[in-house]
Unconditional design. Structure first.
Length: 276
């Protein structure tokens, strides 16, 4: 059984629809797939229906864009019950935070000679219910000729430590874990190899999150080397974390492809996802 448990659609910072993702999974021979848009689950119902049409087990997921001391610590969640009061609380928190953060970023950009309006940013959003993602600002800037590409603008201006970075309204990883747990979901630390921390600090963070209920770790990831994959499998065993895996695909074409690297989920993970 082949799984890809980390995919984004245009309901956050991807560019493809849930239906297109389901077809990409079918074409790639993926049996179990999770839609994990940033900070929302607005595309999950559509994704699950499209997966079912193609004989794929669709998993409703989310990637919560958490930060601790300006270090990005993304937490994946699977099987959350979006009807619970805790999810409504979280939804309000991330939407309000995104609006405040966008205003802060636009103000910082203006001081540096980059003039973008809130309307410019909102035009980049495909779903009116989704939080305003920082990448929408980057896309708006590139569209107005302020950068060669959205990714270039993000790296130069919006990433942590850059001139227009804003930490306003960001959830902590502990809050992310609390939301996932209280909504009946399963949590996993996304792309641990990309954590901007040194070895010992990275392990201390994993220990901290494990104590707060972290259940899994994305040891199998498109951006990991073979050595990193092996290392994080060892970390998973050390801290009794379930290994998860995903491509982190955002686009129909690009450096990341659905189902790559190949990931075979354990029986323990399948049970946690409610798949028999």
């Amino acid at each position: 059984m082949k799984a890809d448990l980390h995919i984004h659609s245009y309901y956050s910072d991807g560019t493809v629809s849930p239906a297109e993702i389901a077809q990409m999974c079918a074409d790639g021979g993926v049996d179990v797939a999770a839609l994990t848009d940033h900070d929302n689950m607005n595309g999950c119902r559509e994704f699950a229906a499209e997966c079912a049409l193609r004989g794929i087990r669709g998993v409703c997921g989310i990637e919560i864009s958490a930060y601790t001391q300006d270090v990005k610590v993304h937490i994946l969640g699977y099987g959350l019950d979006a009807t619970r009061a805790k999810y409504a609380e979280f939804e309000k928190f991330v939407n309000d935070g995104a609006l405040s953060r966008t205003a802060d970023i636009l103000s910082k950009l203006k001081k540096r000679g980059v003039s973008l309006s809130f309307d410019d940013v909102i035009r980049e959003r495909r779903c009116p219910r989704s939080p305003v993602h920082t990448m929408y600002i980057a896309r708006a800037a590139a569209r107005k000729g302020c950068a060669s590409s959205p990714s270039a603008f993000y790296g130069e201006m919006l990433a942590p430590g850059k001139p227009a970075y804003s930490g306003v309204g960001r959830p902590s990883p502990e809050y992310a874990l609390e939301v996932i747990a209280e909504c009946g979901g399963f949590s996993s630390l996304a792309h641990p190899g990309r954590l901007a921390l040194c070895g010992d600090d990275k392990l201390k963070l994993i220990e901290r999150l494990r104590a707060c209920g972290l259940a899994g770790i994305e040891a199998v990831y498109s951006g990991h080397t073979d050595e990193e994959t092996a290392y994080f499998r060892e970390v998973a065993a050390k801290y009794s974390l379930v290994v998860t895996g995903g491509s982190d695909t955002h686009y129909a074409e690009g450096s990341r492809s659905v189902g790559v690297p190949p990931f075979v989920p354990s029986e323990e993970l399948l049970a946690a996802l409610g798949i028999d």
